[in-house]
Design a protein around this ligand. Structure first.
Ligand code: THU
Length: 156
């Protein structure tokens, strides 16, 4: 028998402390919340995906009256990127949420299904996907890549 430990590193920072590339990605994620279709939750999420050539693809949550038929912002953006730019590696993703008239103070954190898709995106392109979780009060930057958000992701 052996005991193992997992450790993840993340950076907690202010929006102003982000480098230009990540600040732009955060801005795009915030902008993307405006196109959210979220009449049931009232929780508008935006995501922005950065590709290896600098292209940015955005997405936002799309809800449905048959609740499970809806899709989160992160997967909307990742699948849109995969559909329009199948050969281009994803290198970063930023996410933002707008609720009750303002961007959420705390950083928004992706659900498990989105983490699974992020994890496979890393495998697909053989590149880490840095993840920026934005909040109005502070941001969390997972520089080590999306795999850190989902240890033991499903694979076979
Ligand atoms: N949602 C996202 O789009 N991304 C997240 O990271 C968390 C949750 C959406 C799903 C649903 O439309 C709404 O937020 C409330 O759960």
């Amino acid at each position: 028998m052996e005991r193992n430990d997992l450790k993840i590193s993340y950076v907690k920072c202010q929006y102003d402390e982000l480098d230009d590339e990540m600040r732009k990605l955060a801005d795009k994620a915030r902008e993307a919340t405006r196109a959210s279709y979220s009449p049931y939750s009232g929780y508008a999420v935006g995501a922005a995906v950065l590709l290896e050539d600098g292209t940015i693809v955005t997405g936002c949550n799309q809800e449905n009256i048959a609740y499970p038929s809806g899709l989160c912002a992160e997967r909307t953006a990742l699948f849109a990127a995969g559909a329009a730019h199948p050969g281009k590696a994803v290198t970063a993703l930023a996410v933002a949420a707008f609720h009750e008239g303002k961007f959420t103070p705390e950083p928004v954190t992706p659900c498990g299904a989105c983490r699974q898709v992020l994890s496979e995106t890393e495998l697909r392109y053989g590149r880490k996907v840095r993840v920026l979780l934005t909040g109005a009060d502070y941001c969390i930057f997972i520089e080590g890549g999306a795999g850190d958000l989902l240890p033991f992701s499903f694979s076979f």
